[in-house]
Write a protein that binds this ligand. Structure first.
Ligand code: ADP
Ligand code: MG
Length: 489
């Protein structure tokens, strides 16, 4: 557990240093075609109230029927978080009144969740890692949505989301800075995407976090926390924590006391605002849902799901470092998304992996970022980038020309080698041609020649001139060799 206070993470207040303590409840929408207890579609962005079964609308006498795929997804998630899978779990009713909750209760899991304690290894910016404890993962229904901006005096209710399966992933209060919390959510999202159990799309609300924040003097017991509800971007999570920690420190330093409450983050103003005082578990009058039997799965079933899990980011990273001799940092960047890792492996297989990593991380990612594209939409496929690397490796093109070729591949289809042929981009290795250029440059620049004799580094100037006059196509190796000979170095 990551509980020690590192000095660089402390926040300076008027009365000394403070430590921020954070625990996250992440709501992750389960990837499944239909809802947790009904056959209605979970498709995003549909016409309001077009994906609502009688169960989701809580019509009298309708009974929930558990969706086995949602259970499998929660168990896969638990396995991916190295967590204990509970073979028996219980669905409870969490009672509260809200216009977008037609049942008057949410079916959730309270005392007996499907997944128990686990952990997530978080990659930090300084290259280090921190292990964050998972308290539990439970399955629950999402509520509907109130729509307030369609009518001047009335609110509408859209029940498309009502009954969609959510996994609530509860962390232990192990996080100690906004940066750690952001890295934790990023890593969690990466794991969920690898598992295929949640698409992690924060803009569409598939992943959102309730952020619990408290502050204390290092070494003291935990302070009273506030819970910031439904934060839906990683950046906002960081901003909300920083603001909230400062707010709490100021109150305590002014002699006040933190009230446990639920707050909202306003992304426009960058502040948190009180929403309501915190409700306690007893306010929800939890009790086991009499319409549902306890959920029981066998150890064999769990083992079968475990066998089918894909290789997860941590294992992939270890393998990339080991098999491709990449730095932990580069490997971490490449494995963050499954598609990126697969792309890289296709390029690197049978080639110089470090060169491949550089091209993928710098050139490809740079270009994709510039255009706001995902790797799946890259006009340069892994096969074509691999072919480009082969052209450099066998001396057909220079590294400089390769950059031009990459640009061409970005906008044009076709085989890279054929493009190089057709456009005359081949590297000039013909010594006769290179010698001719060099002779001319030497003849014109006797001062530089004298210079190079006393200062061998000055040869760089000649290399630059030759490359320039050859349009970057001269082989740098050949140029260097000929120059050294001609200058008598
Ligand atoms: P509830 O369900 O009432 O919100 P939980 O005990 O399930 O309460 O805790 C919710 C979250 O709050 C967990 O992620 C936990 O790590 C975090 N948490 C608990 N105590 C603190 C604290 N003092 N400071 C910050 N986070 C906390
Ligand atoms: Mg809570």
């Amino acid at each position: 557990m990551n509980v020690q206070s590192k000095p660089e993470k402390l926040i300076r207040g008027a009365t000394g240093d403070w430590e921020v303590v954070i625990g996250l409840e992440v709501h992750a929408q389960v990837s499944s075609k239909s809802k947790l207890f009904s056959g209605a579609s979970t498709e995003f962005g549909a016409e309001p109230n077009s994906h609502v079964s009688l169960v989701d609308a809580a019509m009298p006498g309708m009974l929930p029927v558990i969706n086995a795929e949602c259970v499998a997804q929660a168990i896969r998630t638990g396995l991916g978080l190295k967590a204990k899978i509970n073979l028996k779990s219980v669905f409870d009713r969490k009672n509260y009144f809200y216009p977008d909750l037609p049942q008057g209760y949410q079916i959730s899991q309270y005392k007996s969740p499907v997944v128990g304690e686990g952990e997530v290894v978080v990659d930090l910016e300084d290259g280090g890692t921190a292990t964050v404890g998972i308290e539990r993962v439970h399955l629950e229904q999402d509520a509907g949505k109130s729509v307030h901006d369609r009518h001047p005096t009335m609110s509408y209710v859209d029940l498309n989301r009502s009954g969609v399966a959510l996994m609530e992933i509860v962390s232990k209060p192990d996080l100690r800075s906004a940066e750690e919390a952001k890295a934790y959510v990023a890593k969690l999202r990466s794991i969920l995407r690898y598992l295929g159990t949640c698409d992690g799309n924060m803009e569409q609300g598939s992943l959102r976090a309730d952020v619990n924040v408290s502050v204390r003097k290092p070494g003291e017991p935990f302070g009273t926390r506030c819970e910031i509800k439904n934060v839906n971007s990683i950046r906002f999570i960081g901003q909300a924590i920083d603001y909230e920690a400062r707010r709490q420190i100021e109150i305590i330093e002014d002699g006040g006391k933190i009230e446990q409450e639920t707050r909202l983050f306003d992304p426009n103003k960058g502040v948190t605002r009180s929403m309501r005082s915190k409700e306690e578990a007893h306010d929800y009058r939890y009790f086991p849902d009499p319409d549902l039997l306890p959920l029981e799965v066998t150890a064999d079933y769990v083992a079968a799901l475990a066998r089918e899990l894909p290789e997860l980011p941590d294992d992939k990273k270890t393998r990339f470092v080991r098999d491709f001799a990449l730095s932990a940092y580069d490997a971490g960047v490449l494995v963050a998304e499954r598609e990126t890792a697969e792309y890289f492996e296709t390029v690197a297989r049978g080639r110089d992996a470090k060169v491949a990593a550089n091209w993928v991380i710098n050139d490809l990612f740079g270009r994709l970022n510039k255009e706001g594209k995902d790797i799946g939409a890259s006009p340069v496929s892994a096969e074509r980038l691999g072919a480009l690397l082969d052209l450099i490796a066998d001396g057909t093109i220079s590294g400089k020309i390769a950059k031009d070729l990459f640009e061409i591949l970005w906008t044009e289809e076709g085989d890279p080698r054929a493009i190089v042929e057709a456009r005359g981009m081949k590297q000039v290795t013909d010594l006769g041609a290179i010698e001719k250029v060099i002779d001319e440059i030497i003849a014109k620049n006797p001062d530089k020649v004298a210079d190079a004799k006393t200062n061998p580094k000055a040869i760089g100037w000649f290399v630059g001139q030759v490359m320039k006059s050859s349009g970057g196509k001269a082989s740098p190796q050949a140029v260097n060799d000929v120059l050294k000979k001609k200058l008598g170095l």
